[in-house]
Design a binder for this molecule. Structure first.
Ligand code: CUA
Length: 254
C-alpha cells in the first residue's frame, strides 16, 4: 500500500517534470525571461522535492514498526550543513528573481524607462482604458483604434497606460505582461515581441459588471505588414493633429 502511494507520488513528480520542462517558444522577451526563471527554479525544486519525498517514504517504511523510538541526538555538523544549504538555495532564488525583476522589459519604471526617459527609441502605444474597453493610440502614426491592438515584431514597444475611471489591469499572458492601470496616474509596460500571430488581451482587475467583456485581440505583424496597416489607417485620418483621428473599424491588413 505504502509502496503504491510512493510510486504514485513519483509518477506525479515525473509527469510534472515533463510538463514543466518543455515550454513552448516564448512570444516576447518578457515571456522568455519569466519562462527561463521558472525553469531554473524548477531544476532546483525538483531534486529537492524528490529528496524530501524519498526520505519520507524511507522513514515511514524503515521505522513504522519501531516499538522503542528514541529522540535524535544532537548533530551540529548536520544542522550547520542543512542551514547553509537552505541559505544557499534561498540566495540563488533571490538573485535569480532579482535579475528578472530588474530586466528593463519587466520593470521599465524601475529601470528608468519613463515617458521622458532614456530609451526614446521605443515605439509608443498609448492605451486608454475605460468601463469597459480599450482605446489604442499610436502617436508615431497618428492613428487611434479600439477592439484590436496591432503591433510590430522585433521592435521595442512602450505602452503608456491610463484609466479614465477605475482600476483596470493590462494583461497579455502570452507576452508575460501584466500591469495595473490607475485613474489619475500613468503606468508603463514594455516589451519586444518575437513571434507574429494573434493573441488575447484581458483586463485582470475586477472593474465592474462588464469586466469579463473587457478583452481585445492583439495581432503581431512583421514590420512591413505593420507599416502598411498604419499607413492605410493614417491616410484615412480626418484631422492632422490626431485629436479626431479615425476611429477605424479595422480590416485585416493586406
Ligand atoms: Cu477593466 Cu476589469
Amino acid at each position: 500500500m505504502r509502496l503504491t502511494r510512493a510510486l504514485s507520488w513519483l509518477c506525479v513528480l515525473a509527469l510534472g517534470a515533463v510538463v514543466f520542462s518543455t515550454p513552448a517558444a516564448a512570444q516576447s522577451v518578457n515571456r522568455a525571461a519569466i519562462d527561463e526563471l521558472n525553469e531554473q527554479l524548477l531544476y532546483v525544486a525538483l531534486p529537492l522535492t524528490l529528496f524530501v519525498e524519498l526520505m519520507l517514504v524511507y522513514a515511514i517504511y524503515r521505522f513504522h514498526n519501531n516499538d522503542d523510538p528514541r529522540p535524535t541526538i544532537d548533530d551540529p555538523a548536520l544542522e550547520v550543513t542543512w542551514t547553509a544549504a537552505t541559505g544557499a538555495i534561498l540566495v540563488f532564488v533571490g538573485v535569480s528573481g532579482f535579475f528578472v525583476l530588474a530586466n528593463p522589459y519587466i520593470s521599465p519604471a524601475a529601470a528608468g524607462v519613463t515617458e521622458d526617459g532614456g530609451m526614446s527609441d521605443d515605439m509608443e502605444v498609448e492605451v486608454l482604458t475605460y468601463q469597459w474597453g480599450y482605446e489604442f493610440s499610436y502617436p508615431d502614426s497618428n492613428v487611434t483604434t479600439s477592439e484590436t491592438l496591432y503591433l510590430p515584431n522585433n521592435t521595442d514597444i512602450r505602452f503608456t497606460l491610463r484609466s479614465s475611471d477605475v482600476i483596470h489591469s493590462f494583461y497579455i499572458p502570452d507576452f508575460g505582461i501584466k500591469q495595473d492601470i490607475f485613474p489619475g496616474q500613468e503606468t508603463t509596460a514594455r516589451t519586444q515581441l518575437t513571434e507574429t500571430g494573434t493573441y488575447r488581451l484581458y483586463c485582470a482587475e475586477l472593474c465592474g459588471s462588464g469586466h469579463a467583456r473587457m478583452q481585445a485581440d492583439v495581432v503581431v505583424l512583421n514590420q512591413s505588414e505593420y507599416d502598411a496597416w498604419a499607413d492605410g489607417l493614417s491616410r484615412n485620418t480626418t484631422t492632422p493633429d490626431g485629436a479626431n483621428a479615425t476611429r477605424a473599424s479595422l480590416a485585416q491588413p493586406a
